[in-house]
Design a protein around this ligand. Structure first.
Ligand SMILES: [Zn+2]
Length: 277
């Protein structure tokens, strides 16, 4: 982003100084919202993961139950086939007692042999299907146990998250409202580049104040003329190294550098603790 000259087309439009001030205030709001998000940490993601896993397990159990029902139907079918073969066999055996010749007797023997083989084949299938049914039932049991565990985990995590949200919701909404209001005051192009810088920066800062003659974002020294430009508050000055917008400490509401260094350290430590917990 190049330096923008102050152009006052509209009397309602903010001066560069006011814009910078609004931008810095906006960043303070956004950083606070980020802190709230850090407090929630991985919880929203963990809840989502658990919900997905539970949905997956439910689908799997439903599918297995469907397959078990199919196997039961197949087993019942094979049992019917066995009964049919049995009655054929007894019918052929009866007929064998009344045959007129050997050829007829042999023909019936072959039929009996064939039906016996059919019966054996059906029994073999029933054993296979029963085995599959048993395996699937075991899987259903395993999935159900897992499902119950995950449901318990979900309940706990959701409770934890709901609690944090309840505690921080009001604060967050207030911050979001204030941030939105500030955003309407800043012209869209400046806001867009600020947001882009902020997004690309590891510490989430798009606007920084000068600290010990250096950029407060990347700590590269600022040439004296640029420092003067920054103090004049007439132009938007960006750091030539990191691209962050730079303002003087007074505009940021900072009175002494020593004090800010202390508070900054405190917030970093606090943030570190939250992420570690
Ligand atoms: Zn910089």
């Amino acid at each position: 982003m190049a330096t923008t000259k102050e152009v006052k087309k509209n009397p309602q439009e903010l001066s560069v100084e006011e814009k910078l001030k609004a931008l810095f205030q906006l960043q303070t709001m956004l950083s606070k919202i980020d802190d709230i998000k850090t407090l929630r940490g991985e919880l929203p993601l963990e809840v989502q993961d658990l919900e997905d896993e539970i949905a997956g397990l439910n689908t799997r159990i439903e599918r297995l139950k469907g397959e078990i029902a199919e196997l039961k139907t197949s087993i019942a079918g094979k049992k019917v086939e066995i009964e049919a073969a049995k009655s054929s066999i007894s019918k052929y055996k009866e007929q064998q007692d009344n045959v007129r010749n050997n050829r007829e007797y042999d023909f019936l023997s072959k039929e009996i042999e064939f039906q016996t083989l059919e019966m054996e084949l059906c029994e073999k299938r029933i054993r296979e299907f029963s085995e599959q049914e048993k395996e699937k039932n075991e899987e259903v049991e395993k999935c159900t146990t897992k499902l119950e565990e995950r449901a318990k985990d979900l309940e706990a995590k959701k409770g934890e998250l709901d609690e944090i949200i309840a505690e921080t919701k009001q604060e967050e909404e207030l911050l979001r409202d204030k941030a939105k209001e500030l955003e309407t005051k800043i012209d869209p192009r400046l806001l867009q580049s600020f947001k882009r810088i902020r997004k690309n920066s590891r510490n989430g800062l798009g606007i920084v104040y000068v600290q010990r003659d250096a950029c407060g974002g990347c700590f590269n020294k600022i040439p004296p003329q640029r420092q003067l430009d920054i103090r004049s508050r007439k132009k938007i000055i960006v750091c030539e190294y990191c691209g962050r917008i730079m303002i003087d400490p007074e505009l940021a509401g900072v009175t002494s550098e020593a004090k800010t260094d202390m508070t900054k350290e405190k917030t970093t430590r606090k943030r570190k603790l939250t992420t570690e917990a």
